[in-house]
Design a protein around this ligand. Sequence first.
Ligand code: ZN
Ligand code: ZN
Length: 394
Amino acid sequence: MAAIFASAASAGPRWFKGNTHTHSLWSDGNDFPEMIARYYKDNGYHFLVLSDHNVLSRGQRWMKVTVVERRRKTLGHTTLKKYLRAFGEGWVELRGEGDGREVRLKTLEEIRPKFEEPGEFLFVEGEEITDRFGKQEVHTNAVNVAERIAPQGGDSLRATMRNNLVAVREQAERLGRPILAHLNHPNFRWSITAEDIAHVLEEEFFEVYNGHPGINHLGDAAHPGDERIWDIANTIRLAELGGEPLFGIASDDSHHYHGGDVMPGRGWVMVRAASLSAENLIAAMRAGEFYASSGVVLKGVAFDSAGGELEIEIDPVAGERYTTRIIGTRRGNEGDPKKVGETLATITGTEVRYRLRGDEWYVRATVTSDAPHPRPSFVGQRKQAWTQPVREPD
Ligand SMILES: [Zn+2]
Ligand SMILES: [Zn+2]
């Protein structure tokens, strides 16, 4: 990983804030894409991936407004009224009368010009490829897709995971465009273990935090939480399989935009890229030049692989205090569950420096504020940031 220390004044790469996992009325979200885009743009996001289940926001799609009455929680009168108030009768398309009244969902291409601004806001087209093996859910976000990818299925869980990634790669190669795939919420219905993720070497990214309250982020007595999954998977990858470590993403997986449990604004990525384009964002993420956040903002993250020093500078909020845990697995400890993903150091304050000893398979950092998360997805949640695993060259 290159040094990616950011200074506000410097030209060149900038930090871009984005959410790669969002649902709208195109699948099971409960608002119109324009309303959702407005929320994200107004809240300081630079890019947004609308990632509906097995569908792109393309083609003619009319929804009955009677559905409104029956599905108040998902599409109520209030929803349509809010949409009309925000975008006007000249924009909103309605047809029919009475029980036959319908509203048209706009396509991504139609709404792009309303929001996109160079360097300020970008949509990246996405799909949540929503597959399962038996009762195990395999959800993979494809970011910057150009054609819908049908769930590929498979004759085992791992084959199902792999087949969807192969389909993403096939499209990327055929169309000559970068498409980033990330595995979503492994603990949803306790579907996917750390061992599964480790062994599917095609997985490069997974959600270390997903804001949906139903995805078992913290695990339970019998299952590790998402952070622990990350450490177990990366230790297996590096110590047993000679693979590359996975990178961690935070996302909203938002579905509810009128109150409700599955709201936007909980988790996102900060990507340090040369410019706000899908190509540059994906290239930066593949290079590990991003971090996941549920509220903590970093001024910079740098890893000097020659000197073996990890450096993090936190952009503090007045009155908040920060604790950074340096986490990793030392060579030789991979067989000892207590020492897989152990805390190697705990550092308080806004300047974090950690010099690797040289025997670590990898090192990463989790920064935790003492401030409560303003929109918590679990009880007692604090604002956090997760930096990507780094390691010294072999
Ligand atoms: Zn999902
Ligand atoms: Zn989702």
